[in-house]
Design a protein around this ligand. Structure first.
Ligand code: HAX
Length: 443
């Protein structure tokens, strides 16, 4: 058994035992109550699922196994001469709850490099799609095309025992994460670089190799890619891509099937597609205003016209957060340190000055602050990756780390099929009539 698998096995066995004890003693404790407005309101905030890799606080933002993003940027191992964390280290942390050493991260990079071979039929499947198919759809199809190699599916059909599910899920997770950058880069070069593909360089870490296969050799871009792939990896379990992975995986669909489903959720404009929408929106603003250096007043008028047109301001607002997203702030800091003079980045910062008061003045927006997607596009454009339809793919590659680590935990803990209760409005009316009846009778 490899060292990461061994550590994960020990940790998950211990937690499994602890959970049994917790449930035996406290299984009937009430952790939440549900209001009718939440039933109609996208189940917002209902405490109802388990997700080990990370936890979101509405004020402080995401914590991965207790570590905030600034702490991770300080504590996780880095590349030689690099300042940003290696995403491999975050995966180790999410899977085991333990910060890895530099040597452990090196081992993981090498392990993924050994697993990274993508079967030829996957490329042929992608090639069969029309070139104008959205890159997120191409990635989802590419992942589905790899499903025939699922260790979980193969072992399940040969009668695998329940106690072995975690092992097969771990193998699929490691193989899939290792292969994803190659598949994503293939799609990028196919669509935007006339099929001039770049082979992997196994001397590089996971993030830098991805940048290399996309065709970007700039060290600044490689550092940003490591940061990007770290901060987008997980956002607890209730967001659409994570929850989709959890739901689909709970039927014992293997990691390829569940993660492909997650990509389809991430591809929605209210979720991951927002990063491409932000850039499209800024470019339209620059075009409409006729300047790459708009004033705050000009930006304010443009924001108001977006809202008056019945559209949302992309990159702003969040279902849980009530403060500026620490993932936005990490990117802002990266830009202040590395590319403070980019015109586009400066526009992103001016938008931050202008949008929150306007959204607050509407009186209905619960969080007027920027989220992660408000910043990333401007940085990618600065380094030359201008093809914004590809941005959500990069988000998707990162998100694999969190949702698949969580899937390993779900299978190790033996979590069951997910099946919440739904109701009809007819049911609601009857429920209200019954709950109001005693008070009426008492009059
Ligand atoms: N611009 C304009 N109006 C906004 C808004 C924004 N950025 N954010 C919220 N609102 C509006 C909502 O549309 C809603 O209006 P109606 O009642 O008229 O329908 C009202 O304010 C209340 O919404 P909310 O409770 O504050 O927000 P939700 O939890 O319902 O939705 C969203 C959260 C992120 C979907 C929302 O803020 C939004 O649409 N933002 C823009 C898109 C975006 O940036 N998405 C990425 C989010 C982060 C993420 O998942 N990344 O992957």
């Amino acid at each position: 058994m490899d060292q990461l698998k061994q550590l994960f096995y020990e940790k998950s066995q211990n937690l499994s035992k602890e959970i049994k004890e917790i449930l035996a003693e406290h299984g009937t404790k009430i952790v939440d109550d549900v209001q009718l407005s939440q039933v109609y309101g996208g189940m917002r905030d209902i405490t109802s699922m388990l997700w080990e890799p990370s936890l979101l606080d509405s004020e402080q933002g995401i914590r991965f196994r207790g570590f905030s993003i600034p702490e991770l940027r300080e504590k996780l191992p880095r590349a030689a001469n690099g300042k940003e964390p290696l995403p491999e280290g975050l995966f180790w942390l999410m899977l085991t709850g333990v910060l890895p050493t530099k040597d452990q991260v090196k081992w993981l990079t090498e392990n993924w490099n050994r697993r990274a071979n993508v079967p030829e039929h996957v490329f042929k499947t992608i090639d069969a799609l029309p070139i104008d198919t959205h890159p997120m759809t191409q990635l989802s199809v590419g992942v589905m095309a790899m499903q025939n190699t699922s260790v979980f599916a193969q072992r399940y059909s040969s009668g695998m025992q329940k106690t072995e599910y975690w092992d097969a899920t771990y193998e699929d997770t490691m193989n899939l994460v290792a292969r994803l950058p190659r598949v994503a880069a293939y799609i990028f070069r196919r669509v935007y670089r006339k099929e001039d593909h770049v082979l992997p360089d196994i001397s590089l870490d996971w993030g830098a190799n991805f940048a290399h296969m996309l065709g970007f050799e700039d060290e600044g871009f490689k550092e940003y890619m490591r940061l990007f792939l770290t901060i987008h990896a997980d956002h607890e379990g209730g967001n659409a891509s994570a929850h989709t992975t959890h739901l689909v995986g709970s039927t014992l669909s293997d990691p390829y099937l569940s993660y492909s489903a997650a990509l389809n959720a991430l591809a929605g404009p209210l979720h991951g597609l927002a990063n491409q929408e932000v850039v499209r929106w800024i470019q339209k603003m620059v075009e409409t205003l006729g300047t790459t250096k708009p004033t705050r007043e000009q930006i304010g008028e443009y924001v108001k016209s977006t809202i008056a047109g019945g559209r949302v301001v992309p990159g702003y607002g969040h279902a849980v957060l009530r403060k500026p997203d620490p993932r936005y702030m990490a990117q802002k800091q990266f830009c202040e340190d590395n590319i403070p003079d980019s015109d586009l980045v400066k526009i992103v910062w001016k938008i931050f000055d202008v949008v929150p008061p306007i959204l607050s003045s509407l009186g209905k927006v619960k969080n007027p602050w920027p989220n992660v997607d408000a910043h990333s596009g401007a940085v990618l454009i600065h380094y030359g990756l201008k093809e914004y339809n590809f941005y959500t793919v990069i988000f998707g590659i990162s998100r694999a780390l969190g949702v698949l680590a969580a899937q390993c935990w779900s299978r190790a803990l033996g979590l069951p099929l997910e099946r919440p209760k739904s109701v009809t409005t007819e049911w609601v009316k009857e429920f209200l009539a019954k709950s109001e009846a005693p008070a009426e009778e008492g009059k």
